[in-house]
Design a protein around this ligand. Sequence first.
Ligand SMILES: Cc1ncc(COP(=O)(O)O)c(C=O)c1O
Length: 432
Amino acid sequence: MNEVAYKLSPAAQGNPMETTVTRSTRSMPQSGMPATAIREHLQQLDLPEPYAHFARAFRGPQDVQEIGKWAYDQFMSENGFFSMYLPYMQTIEQEVIAMGVSLLHPQATSTGNFTSGGTESNFSGMHAARNWARVHKPKVKKPNVVAPLTIHPSFQKAARYLDVEVITTDLDANGRGIAANIAAAINDNTVMLAASAPSWHFANIDPIPEIAALAVQHGLWMHVDGCVGGYVNPFLEQLGEKLTPWDFRVPGVMSISADLHKFGYCPKPASTIYWREAALQEYHYVAVDDPFLGQYKLAGFSGSRSAGPIFAAWSVFNYLGMDGYLRLTRRLLDLKKRLTEEISAIEGLKVWQIDVMPMHFHSERAPTAAVYQGLFDKGWLMLGLVKPEAITICVDPALTDDDVTLFLKDLREVTERILAGGDAKAGTIRYG
Ligand SMILES: Cc1ncc(COP(=O)(O)O)c(C=O)c1O
C-alpha cells in the first residue's frame, strides 16, 4: 500500500472552516489506497453541520435532498451529451424545461436549456443576445449591455469572454436600478438591457417593466437574471407577496436565467436559461461541422456532462410539485420572519429590507467585519458584502429551528462580547 500521510492543520482544531490537509507526496500513488482509508481521510474534511449550512445552501429538507441524490447517483455516469439524441434522456430534459418554464407566464413557444449554473445561464443569455444583434443590428461593431450596478459579476465575466462592454448605472436608495439611468446610458452600440429579479446584493427586484419597455422602445434584447428568484418568486406571488412583475408576462423580456440549484432545491450544478420564443433559442447554439464527426451542436458550454443533475432536477420537481414548493416557500417566509425579529433584537444589528432572498444584516455598533470574524471563529462560514459591509444569510428550508437557535445564540454572544470591549479583530468579508 502506498504510504500517504495526511494531517489536519492545527487551525482546524480552532475552526473547522480552516481545515486544510497536507499530503506528504504530490505524486500519483503506485498502488491504490483501500476504500476505507479514502473514506476516513475525506470524512475528516466533511465540515460539520450546521456551521457549514450557509455555505452549502441552497437545499431543501432531508427528504428532498435524498430523492435528488438518489436520481443523481443512478444517472451520474450517463452522458448528458446525448440528450439531443437519446429519446429517454431528451424527454427527461425537456420535461424539466417544460415544468420550469410553466412557472414564468410563458408565451406560446417559450422554451429553454439546462445549464451548469447561473454563470453559464447568464453567459448564454448574453451570448444569444450578441448573436441576435449581429443579425438584427449589423451596424453595431462594439456591442454593449446596459444594466444596474447590482448586475451579478457573472455578467462582467461573460462580457469579457464575449468581448462585450457592460455599462452599469446607479441605483436608488433601496439598491434597485433606475429606468431613467438605464435610458440615459443606452447608445448606438447597445444591444441588450439586463436587470435582476432579485439581485444578490440587495435581494430587491429591479423595475423590470420599465426597463423592458425601454428595450421594446429601442429594439433591444432584455434579459432578466432570475438566478435567485426564478424558482421562488412564482411561489411567493402565489402566497400573496406583491412582487414587481419580472417574467415573460412583461412585454420585451426575451431571456430569463433561473437556478435550479438555488431555490429549485436541486443538486448542483444545475440551472436553466429560458427563451421567450423558440426562435430566440437558435441564437444560443453554436453549430460546428466536423469533417469526420459531422454536426456538433450542443446546448451550452459543455460537451460531455453528467446526466445526474438533469435527472435529479426532474425528480425534485416531480417529488415536490406546486404544493411542495408552496410549502417550502411558506417555511422560508417563517424562517425569514424569525431571523428578522431575533437579529433585530440584538444590540446594533440591522436586518435589511428585502423583496426575496438572501437575507443581509449589518452592525451599527460593533464593526460588521468583527462580528463576521467572531462568527467565523465559532465555525460559521458566512458570505457577505464588502461595501457596504454586511453579513449574508443564505436561508433555505434545510435550516432547522435548532440550527437557527444555535446561530442566533452565537451571533448574540459574539456581538455582546465585542460591545463589552472584547476582542474585535476584523475579518475579511467575502462573497466568493
Ligand atoms: C443574481 C445571481 N446571478 C447569477 C449568479 C451566479 O450563479 P452561479 O453561482 O450558480 O454561477 C448568482 C449567484 O449567487 C446570483 O445571485
